[in-house]
Design a binder for this molecule. Structure first.
Ligand SMILES: Nc1ncnc2c1ncn2[C@@H]1O[C@H](COP(=O)(O)OP(=O)(O)OP(=O)(O)O)[C@@H](O)[C@H]1O
Ligand SMILES: [Zn+2]
Length: 743
């Protein structure tokens, strides 16, 4: 057998591939890219992915080890997915093995067989005809099999059909059991599409012209304008041509209401992939898509990796949402990746938002994307009236101005729901001593501890450190310590006293701990009745609460003066998303924003002329300052228990980049190439706004380039340079391409 090695991607941070000898008695024909193999790596056993076979290797032959086992005959990573992952690893300068790890369901990473998630399903026999079925239940069961030839056993029993009824149908030769991948249940009655209004109709028309080829579009539609209805009718067109559809939504946008709206519309299996599923369900969903059984996939960020052989359309709702960008490990943007995937697959991609990110808006305005607008709310709903209410020198009760409380009372008495938004959980952001000024601070972070009441404790929201509440000041021993400021718990408590006749519901990460609780809560809200909802942004996004007619925004000011250049953009998006919950049905809605800065020019622009107008003005600013989207950014972050080391590594990085740049300029000169504006702009190293977190000092170096290619050239070289640095073992660093958060 001729000599060859198998080249494998392993889930380790090193940005390279690894060569192994084949398993005993296997020839090169046994190996295909995308198969899983088990190998020894140091003292660990890892599951890797075959990239290819080669006759040459740089590894000395006596150092080569045979791989332990080939796990698959057929590749689990298909060719298009492998290519996309290679592209992603290159773009984010990340290890291919780690990218592939992220792209695969956990059970596959662990080496499980695909068939491990098979279950009992019942299939209609090919030539079966209804026989003499006794009883209502049996006939109803047979009716289901006439609608769809396959049903999972679990689904049927959960619908109340018994083992005996199924057995009876089997005895009559109508159905038979089998172990195979269950498919998601299909709705038995399908809802009709709504008649579209003119704007919706035009948007749908324009986008559907591009089915069958790559075309990005932005659907910029005010809250409640019926974007979802446009998605649904577009999906229906894609399905009609035999295609699969991928719908990506923000982490907390996947409520039963949303899913229900999709499921009720199409008589095809709809798969779901989100964080509320267990590993088994995730692998089932992944396989349903890969094997073409599911025709629609609705999922959060990582669902973007799911293989879909017949993919014909990608929709990404709330495209501006930060949850599409992963904030640790591989810091990829699912939105940007969806665009690349669509382009490589040759299918249209639709980005929807009421408050598009400036990056996307810029692409739409420059003609790179098709730009579609829905300016009016759908149906009979009117846009909410928005009002800035100055609280400067005003007396406040429990943090509320008197006219705001009076308004809330009116809405509740009219039987409506009021939403109070405050983006801070816990009871109070600060516990302080009135005698000596001591404040409860985190020992591991440059941050104050948040006071929580149920259960009572002090909690660091940055490193999760927790401790009991002291009975007296640890510094001067005075018993006179008190909470300062307000969080959701405190507002809830105070509103319960102020509005004793109405239920007050709190919605934040502490009160709603899991997906079930979240879903239950939304059902309760939907069942109606006057109430006050107090919550964080968990409440704000994409939900349709028909009975909410008033929204009170308590702390919008904190976002107005952020050190992040995206601060105002993100504040405006959040304000409009929250405001968009008001008056979505027949009754008009109003939004009161309490502020100390009622004459803030950008806040006024937002309220008077809308998000689009503000966005244009922010874009102009970005252009003047040469910030993204008018330049391309990477952020090198370092952290270490030793402040100096974190700083020194970035200083070395800075020196390296400057040298690299000089070298490149000279090369261009010598070759007589046009000395293009290679300009890189470096800011830093400087400490992060919160310098110490979880016991480590954090530094950053911001890198801006006029051209993306220039940014990538330097990033590639920089990553290699940093990997070779000795003596910085304790410093953790990463390079964030297109960072969303620069604090
Ligand atoms: N053409 C239409 N005629 C009547 N009602 C409609 C129409 N289109 C949508 N609606 C209704 O309008 C409401 C809001 O629509 P939808 O939730 O699709 O808006 P959206 O733009 O996705 O909102 P958001 O961005 O705030 O989530 C829904 O109750 C929907 O059923
Ligand atoms: Zn902390």
């Amino acid at each position: 057998m001729p000599f060859f090695v198998v080249t494998i991607a392993l889930p380790v941070p090193l940005r390279r591939l690894f060569d192994y000898l084949p398993a005993a008695n296997e020839n090169a024909g046994c190996y295909q890219p995308g198969q899983r193999v088990r190998v020894e790596f140091g003292r660990q056993v890892l599951t890797g992915i075959v990239i290819g076979c080669h006759e040459h290797t740089d590894v000395p032959h006596n150092k080569l080890k045979p791989l332990l086992q080939r796990l698959d005959d057929e590749p689990v990573v298909d060719e298009p997915t492998l290519q996309l992952c290679q592209w992603l690893a290159g773009y984010y300068h990340h290890s291919l093995g780690e990218v592939l790890e992220l792209a695969l369901p956990v059970m596959l990473r662990r080496g499980c067989e695909l068939s491990e998630v098979d279950e009992k399903v019942w299939l209609r026999q090919p030539d079966a005809h209804s026989a003499d079925l006794k009883g209502e239940k049996q006939r109803a069961l047979w009716q289901l099999f006439q609608q769809h030839s396959q049903w999972s056993h679990k689904e049927l029993t959960s619908q109340g059909y018994s083992q005996a009824q199924l057995k009876r149908l089997a005895e009559l030769g109508l159905i038979s059991p089998r172990q195979q991948l269950p498919v998601p249940a299909i709705a038995t009655t399908i809802a009709d599409p709504l008649p579209l209004n003119d704007e919706q109709h035009k948007a749908l028309q324009q986008i559907s012209q591009h089915l069958g080829s790559f075309k990005p579009s932005l659907l910029e539609g005010v809250t409640g304008s019926g974007k979802t209805e446009v998605y649904l009718q577009l999906i229906s067109k894609a399905l009609a041509t035999g295609k699969q559809v991928l719908v990506l939504v923000p982490e907390i946008g996947l409520t039963p209401q949303t899913v229900g709206r999709f499921r009720a519309r199409f008589d095809v299996p709809v798969a779901l992939l989100h964080s509320g599923l267990n590993d088994r369900e995730r692998l089932q969903g992944w396989r349903q898509c890969k094997e073409g059984k599911a025709r629609i996939l609705i999922g959060t960020r990582s669902a973007v990796f799911t293989p879909m052989p017949d993919l014909g359309l990608i929709i990404l709702d709330e495209e501006h949402d930060a949850s599409f960008k992963q904030q640790d490990g591989l810091r990829y943007s699912a939105r940007d990746f969806a665009l690349v995937r669509a382009s490589k697959t040759g299918v249209p991609v639709l980005l929807g938002s009421a408050t598009p990110s400036l990056e996307t808006l810029h692409n739409a305005l420059s003609g790179k994307y098709l730009h579609l607008k829905l300016l009016r709310r759908a149906g009979n709903a009117r846009p909410p009236a928005m009002k800035l209410h100055s609280i400067l020198h005003q007396p406040l009760t429990a943090g509320f101005a008197q006219p705001v409380l009076a308004k809330m009372q009116q809405h509740l008495q009219a039987g409506k729901q009021v939403l109070v938004f405050i983006n801070r959980r816990g009871f109070a952001p600060l516990l302080a001593c009135r005698q000596c000024g001591w404040m409860a601070e985190c020992r591991r972070c440059d941050a104050r501890l948040t006071l929580h009441q149920s259960p009572a404790h002090l909690h660091c929201h940055h490193c999760d450190f927790q401790q009991g509440i002291p009975g007296h000041c640890p510094s001067c021993h005075s018993p006179d310590i008190e909470p300062i400021g307000q969080g959701t718990e405190r507002i809830e408590q105070q509103l319960k006293q102020l509005f004793a006749d109405f239920p007050v519901r709190r919605v934040d990460r502490d009160s709603v701990r899991n997906k079930q609780a979240f879903d239950q809560l939304f059902d309760d809200i939907h069942n109606g009745g006057p109430c006050i909802l107090v919550g964080t942004q968990m409440l704000a996004k994409g939900h349709h609460f028909p009975d909410v007619t008033m929204v009170t925004i308590l702390d919008s000011d904190s976002g107005l003066f952020s050190a992040d250049f995206r601060g105002m953009e993100h504040s405006a998006q959040l304000i409009l998303q929250v405001a968009g919950r008001a008056g979505r049905a027949e009754s008009p809605g109003e939004v009161w924003i309490q502020t100390l800065y009622a004459d803030h020019p950008q806040l006024n622009l937002l309220l008077d002329n809308g998000y689009h107008a503000l966005a244009l003005s922010l874009l102009q600013q970005r252009n003047q300052q040469q910030l993204p989207p008018y330049s391309f950014m990477a952020l090198l972050r370092s952290e270490c228990e030793d402040r100096n080391q974190a700083q020194q590594l970035l200083q070395l990085a800075r020196d390296f980049i400057q040298q690299f740049q000089r070298h490149h300029h000279q090369q261009h000169d010598r070759q007589g190439l046009q000395l293009k504006q290679q300009g890189l702009n470096l800011l830093g190293p400087f400490p992060a706004i919160m310098e110490r977190r979880n016991g480590r000092f954090r530094q950053q170096l911001q890198i801006f380039a006029n051209e993306r290619s220039a940014l990538h050239r330097v990033a590639e070289a920089l990553v290699q340079f940093l990997e070779q640095q000795k003596g910085f073992n304790r410093v953790r660093w990463h390079l964030d391409i297109d960072p969303l958060d620069t604090l």
